[in-house]
Design a protein around this ligand. Sequence first.
Ligand SMILES: [Zn+2]
Length: 69
Amino acid sequence: MEHHIIAEMIEPGGDTLKEWHMIRAGEEEAMCGRVIDLSAEKLPSEAWGTDRARPFCHTCGALFLREVP
Ligand SMILES: [Zn+2]
């Protein structure tokens, strides 16, 4: 299963990051169930756990950990 990290902005289309979420490739909502603007900035899933991907959604992080060997 392929994943991406996607930004949730405080305002849709805005410049201020709220937090990062994990999303499965081809899906339209984050693993925590939040609907994300798919045009927002993305990071590769390898960035999870790095400073680049902070703050990170706790729910997405926990679900991702269970899904990735
Ligand atoms: Zn999330």
